[in-house]
Design a protein around this ligand. Structure first.
Ligand SMILES: Nc1ncnc2c1ncn2[C@@H]1O[C@H](COP(=O)(O)OP(=O)(O)OP(=O)(O)O)[C@@H](O)[C@H]1O
Ligand code: SF4
Ligand SMILES: [Mg+2]
Length: 346
């Protein structure tokens, strides 16, 4: 297996917030995240609202400083860099935000928005003629016209604005682009166009994506590998097909079962209805954070946090899940749903 482009090991991030009911003020948004991203691959990041997806993205963008853990980008830890080296590193990871209306400055032209990152990375295109040419190229690369450079963001549709956001992210020739819910604000037909564009750009440029989304159908479509988050932890990760076809963590199984469009085989999957609310990240359950909603929980789950373990499917494919009692791949989701409903009825 080739050396990953980006390796994250044990990343932890705590926010200090107003006191919770139990008197706690430390909210652990990231609780020991370990992940890798390969060159040219798309890693899908999924999980309920508040599980820490954007905090992970912001930490990788160096907008947040982690309490613990390391990030290694081809062997370099960016949090140890200063001055020119830090600037050079910042170029390599860029981000596209969810809301194409709020994320573009209405007072600037599309051309100026795309060229803005070069103000801090002057050496990339030193002359204004080079910058103008590159803006035109980038606009065309994302399916807009060179003449669109003069227009302001209000003159574009939502999908076109997201294309401008993608062009801006590409301006610094990054190795990794973090896409935080990049299509969820767009109409379905426009979503497909933007996803196709991202796919084509990846093939052409070899860029890696970290694709954050609530929409599992989209993630299944775009991601090579997927990581599932729950209350600040990665609870399951592996190749997309493997995780979607044979989820081993009960939470992943519940997420997948709630999205019937996912089943490409046409087989009927029963819905797993999770009991209880998502616990507050200020007071997560002891041991396994998922135990208060898990139909398989036993005493050990409250006492010992499960370590990630490698699980092998009957076809030999492997992935990681953090669970003391991972689901059986043979029974699959229908078996899991039956067990969940029996446990919930007790
Ligand atoms: N700057 C901050 N100060 C205090 N708490 C924060 C801060 N940023 C995030 N949090 C908290 O950290 C947790 C994770 O938030 P985050 O925005 O990363 O979640 P998310 O998975 O991106 O959610 P969503 O799907 O809704 O975008 C939440 O409980 C959130 O309230
Ligand atoms: S460790 Fe226990 S509580 Fe957590 S997911 Fe596995 S079975 Fe459920
Ligand atoms: Mg978010």
């Amino acid at each position: 297996m080739p050396e990953p482009l980006l390796s994250i090991e044990g990343l932890t991030k705590t926010f200090h917030v107003a006191k919770s009911a139990s008197g706690n003020t430390r909210l652990k948004a990231l609780d020991g995240i370990s992940l890798t991203v390969g060159r040219g691959e798309t890693l899908g990041l999924v999980g309920e609202s508040g599980c820490g997806k954007s905090t992970l993205a912001r930490t990788l963008m160096m907008l947040e400083t982690p309490d613990e853990g390391t990030v290694s980008f081809e062997g370099t830890n960016p949090f140890g860099l200063k001055g020119k080296e830090l600037l050079a590193w910042r170029r390599r990871v860029q981000m596209v935000f969810q809301d194409p209306f709020a994320s573009l400055n209405a007072r600037m032209s599309a051309g100026d928005i795309i060229a803005e990152p070069w103000a801090t990375h002057r050496s990339l295109y030193p002359s204004s003629r080079e910058r103008d040419e590159r803006v035109k190229e980038l606009l065309q690369m994302v399916g807009l016209r060179a003449s669109d450079a003069r227009k302001s963001p209000q003159e574009f549709s939502g999908g076109q604005r997201q294309r401008i956001g993608i062009a801006r992210a590409l301006a610094l020739k990054p190795d990794v682009i973090i896409l935080d819910e990049p299509v969820s604000a767009l109409d379905l037909s426009v979503q497909a166009q933007v996803l196709n564009l991202l796919n084509e750009l990846q093939k052409e440029l070899g860029v890696s994506y970290i694709f954050i989304s609530h929409d599992l159908t989209v993630v299944r479509h775009v991601a090579d590998r997927v990581a599932v988050m729950y209350l600040g932890r990665i609870i399951e990760t592996g190749e997309t097909e493997e995780v979607f076809d044979h989820p081993r963590h009960p939470y992943t199984a519940a997420l997948m079962s709630a999205s019937p469009k996912l089943d490409v085989s046409g087989a009927k999957r029963d819905r797993i209805v999770l009991q209880g609310e998502l616990p507050s990240p200020l007071d997560p359950p002891s041991g396994c954070h998922f135990r208060t909603r898990c139909w398989k929980a036993q005493d050990i789950c409250a006492e010992v946090a499960p370590e990630p373990q490698v699980l092998t499917a009957p076809d030999g494919r492997r992935h990681l899940a953090e669970c003391h009692f991972p689901l059986d791949t043979i029974k699959g989701l229908t078996g899991a749903a039956a067990a969940a409903s029996t446990a919930n009825a007790l």
